[in-house]
Design a protein around this ligand. Structure first.
Ligand SMILES: [Zn+2]
Length: 80
């Protein structure tokens, strides 16, 4: 699971290429793109969240930043 590319491929296969939270189409090739993909920890790493597929989703930069200190559920709820 240390290989980011493999991880991202698995996430795309499971979830597709859209942001898990807002649903915009993500960019995977251009790190400078506004919608460049990030890997978000549903349960934050600094609160003990695991670095495994079940805890990871693809998210756009904005959502990743916005979510930062919120729990997954709080953030998901605030999206709709
Ligand atoms: Zn988003």
């Amino acid at each position: 699971m240390r290989d980011r590319k493999t991880l991202i491929r698995k996430l795309i296969k499971r979830d597709g290429t859209r942001c898990h939270y807002c649903g915009i189409e993500l960019a995977f090739d251009d790190p400078n793109a506004e919608n460049y993909r990030t890997i978000d920890h549903k349960f934050p790493k600094d609160r003990g969240g695991r670095e495994n597929l079940g805890n990871l989703v693809l998210a756009c930069h904005d959502c990743n930043i916005a979510k930062k200190n919120k729990s997954y559920k709080d953030f998901k709820d605030s999206q709709s």
